[in-house]
Design a protein around this ligand. Structure first.
Ligand code: SF4
Length: 350
């Protein structure tokens, strides 16, 4: 763990009076302090909290993440994933009991669609808060579409560029996670892709790219971008034709198909046969499939068809864990009561 005071941690540290450094030492803390609560604790850094951290550090405040061994003057909590909301509320109740006089300010998609004030939103994130070696940010907000299973356009409206990568890129980082919901729909898309190519940044388009918007111009740029994988989705049978057209365009412009990872939404409104059809299309192209099981605010699926996945499981490129998830969802394997088969891995692909 990094020393909060930027001193050399360890035995030689004169402030390290409790033995092993825990990041919280007994040194007198001057000024005020703020406690930031990450309700998701997903292993992926919370962007809003990293920006709030910079904002307060610039004013000389001490910043704590998730726990503070001292009194604090302000508390912010953020929860992005709706399925983590219940457990976050329970956690905040015990934090509130520890700090009864402080009103906890809550944000993040699970609590409210409100974004940060502009002066905080455009600040460089404090990457030291999570000790990550990659930059994270949005160059656009909103989306041109209104997919019924998604809350982006309801919360953020239509697409609009918000900032270029230089606002959140720490030049020491060779990697970046872009969180744009629909980058290819952004009027600034070409500039963003060109900046990534120019700076030789390895990028993960974390929220996926819209295959229906792939054309020769952006496909050429995407083929030049440094990326381990490119995430797309095949969420509904209605987009199968456009999906195939988009993949052909990528191939024609030099994209290696093995680089494509495709999310397949199941459990929303499709039959078993329709789901299998989409897996077969991906198998035909030799692309990796990631089943995404839909769940609503309460954590429930809408439909849960049953059927035999044998053929797909044997032939489809899909991580083993995903295959097991799929078999459990369709009732082929028994579900473990303590297991969350809906859990989504949010770690970046680098
Ligand atoms: S294209 Fe993606 S971000 Fe846009 S509404 Fe559909 S699922 Fe949501």
């Amino acid at each position: 763990m990094k020393c909060l005071f930027d001193d050399e941690a360890g035995e030689s540290c004169v402030h390290n009076i409790f033995g092993n450094c825990t990041g919280f030492c007994a040194r007198e803390v001057k000024g005020k302090s703020v406690l930031l609560i990450d309700g998701d604790n997903s292993g992926f850094p919370n962007l809003a909290l990293m920006k709030i951290s910079t904002f307060y550090k610039k004013q000389g405040w001490q910043v704590y993440l998730n726990e503070a061994h001292t009194t604090v003057d302000k508390i912010y909590a953020s929860c992005v994933f709706t399925w983590n909301k219940k457990k976050t509320i329970a956690r905040l109740q015990s934090i509130q009991a520890m700090f009864p006089d402080i009103e906890i300010e809550k944000g993040g998609y699970a609590f409210s669609p409100v974004t940060l004030p502009l002066e905080v939103d455009t600040i460089m994130p404090d990457y030291s808060l999570y000790d990550v070696d990659y930059s994270v940010g949005f160059t656009s907000r909103g989306c041109i579409r209104a997919c019924p299973f998604c809350i982006v356009s309801k919360n953020e409206g239509t697409i609009r560029p918000v900032m270029d990568i230089y606002k959140f890129w720490n030049p020491k980082h060779k990697k970046m996670v872009l969180l744009d919901n629909n980058l290819l729909a952004s009027p600034e898309c070409s500039n963003v892709l060109q900046s990534l190519i120019k700076e030789k940044i390895k990028v993960d388009f974390n929220q996926g790219l819209d295959i229906r918007l792939v054309n020769d111009e952006n496909a050429k740029l995407l083929a030049k971008v440094k990326a381990e994988v490119l995430r797309f989705s095949l969420d509904s049978p209605h987009v199968e034709k456009d999906f195939i057209k988009g993949v052909e365009t990528l191939k024609r412009n030099g994209m290696a198909i093995t680089k494509l990872v495709v999310y397949v939404l199941i459990g929303y409104n499709t039959t078993f046969e329709q789901d299998m059809e989409r897996f077969k299309i991906l198998t035909g192209f030799g692309m990796a499939a990631f089943p995404m099981i839909f769940r609503d605010y309460e954590g429930n699926y809408k439909v849960r068809p049953t059927g035999n996945t044998d053929e797909i499981i044997k032939k489809c490129r899909m991580p083993i864990g995903m295959k097991l998830k799929l078999m459990k969802f369709y009732g082929i394997l028994k579900e473990d009561k303590n297991e969350d088969i809906y859990a989504v891995d949010v770690k970046p692909f680098f």
